[in-house]
Design a protein around this ligand. Structure first.
Ligand code: SAH
Length: 348
């Protein structure tokens, strides 16, 4: 389908119930059809109007001719030979590529989805940064990653993380819209705590997230304990330094049922010393949180993963100094297919 044709059509996928209702009214269709269309798209994941067998032929024809339901095509699937991890490459209508990851372990099926094509936050260690930002994904393109994976991988999806390509909080409304559909019982029906949005630390958007009182989990990529180091790794630290970020994070976590996760990518010789571990423990003490230590997944760049001894010693020191928080180590999945954290990048 050409871009022109796409643009002249209404992209139904990604719309919430209120938006579909409005669209139904605009074409003089009864508004109760909206719920049926919503369920067909999100609960049942149908890819065209033909299967919508409880709506009239007339409306099905309109959808068929004037609307887009499928926003992505599956281009390639890489299956890890070590774990039940798959990386899915999707193509958008305008010829760009994005990636998502499906990870099955015991009774958990976590999917990691993208929110932007590329990214302009420019974290020095992240492969996606090399793409720059091409554009924000449409809500339909974000939810379609989950719909396609639900179809491809038979294990029911239990968790969704917005940790693929892009900075979710720079495509805020569409990401929240998608999370709402994932949460809604007429959509995917996932518990709010099974949906995690990860941000590099866009403080004003964290504040907005707090103000709007969303129930989804929040992860913050902290990655360093001193502004100088963090600034080099993550240029956005110039706008929102560590103390501001920690303040917002504690405000978020101070409310009941809103604990937070700090992600800390361990980079050899950069942020992996015992002193770093002690500083980290002090920085977040008193915040109801979890620390997710992620040994770096090497890409083509200059950064390296610390040795196992250094990782162990960092974790031991962190544990000795920890006050209240929990520690989790994320040995990333899908390294053999470049599907691990920070390894998602495609030539667009
Ligand atoms: N932009 C968002 C979400 C995408 S990155 C964010 O920054 O949070 C998801 C996580 O992977 C972040 O915590 C990031 O710091 C981490 N990450 C990026 N590149 C990595 C790499 N090569 N190895 C390990 N973790 C990496």
């Amino acid at each position: 389908m050409s871009i022109k044709e796409y643009k002249n059509k209404t992209v139904l996928k990604g719309m919430n119930l209120a938006q579909i209702t409005k669209w139904c009214e605009s074409i003089n269709q009864s508004s109760f059809r909206a719920k049926q269309i919503y369920q067909w798209m999100y609960k049942h994941g149908v890819s065209d109007s033909k299967s919508m067998n409880n709506i009239s032929k007339e409306l099905r024809d309109i959808i068929d001719q004037k609307c887009i339901i499928n926003t992505l095509s599956v281009e390639k699937i890489d299956q890890s030979s070590i774990e039940k991890t798959q990386k899915i490459l999707f193509k958008t209508h305008d010829g760009h590529f994005i990636e998502s990851v499906s990870m099955v372990e015991n009774d958990r099926h976590t999917i990691c989805i993208s929110s932007q094509i590329g990214c302009n936050v420019d974290c020095d260690f992240c492969a996606t940064a090399s793409m720059g930002l091409i554009r924000n994904l449409l809500a339909g393109e974000i939810i379609d990653q989950a719909i396609a994976i639900r179809e491809l991988v038979k294990e029911p999806i239990t968790n969704v993380v917005f940790m693929g390509m892009g900075e979710p909080f720079l495509n805020y409304e569409r990401v929240i819209n998608t999370a709402d559909i994932l949460h809604d019982h007429n959509g995917f029906g996932l518990g709010a705590k099974r949906i995690t949005i990860s941000t590099a630390g866009i403080v004003p958007m964290i504040e907005r997230f707090i103000k709007e009182n969303h129930k989804y989990k929040l992860a913050i990529s902290l990655n360093a304990t001193e502004d100088d180091t963090r600034k080099k790794l993550m240029p956005l630290n110039q706008s929102w330094p560590i103390n501001q970020l920690i303040k917002s994070a504690s405000r978020f976590a101070a409310r009941k049922n809103h604990n937070i996760m700090f992600e800390y990518v361990l980079l050899k010789g950069i942020n992996d010393s015992k002193k770093d571990a002690i500083r980290l423990a002090h920085l977040i003490k008193g915040i109801d949180c979890k620390v997710n230590v992620i040994p770096y997944n090497e890409t083509d760049g200059q950064y390296k993963r610390p040795s196992n001894e250094v990782i162990e010693s960092f974790l031991k020191t962190l544990d000795e100094h920890r006050k209240g928080f929990r520690i989790l180590v994320r040995w990333s999945k899908g390294e053999d297919i470049s599907a691990a954290c920070g390894q998602l990048a495609v030539n667009n």
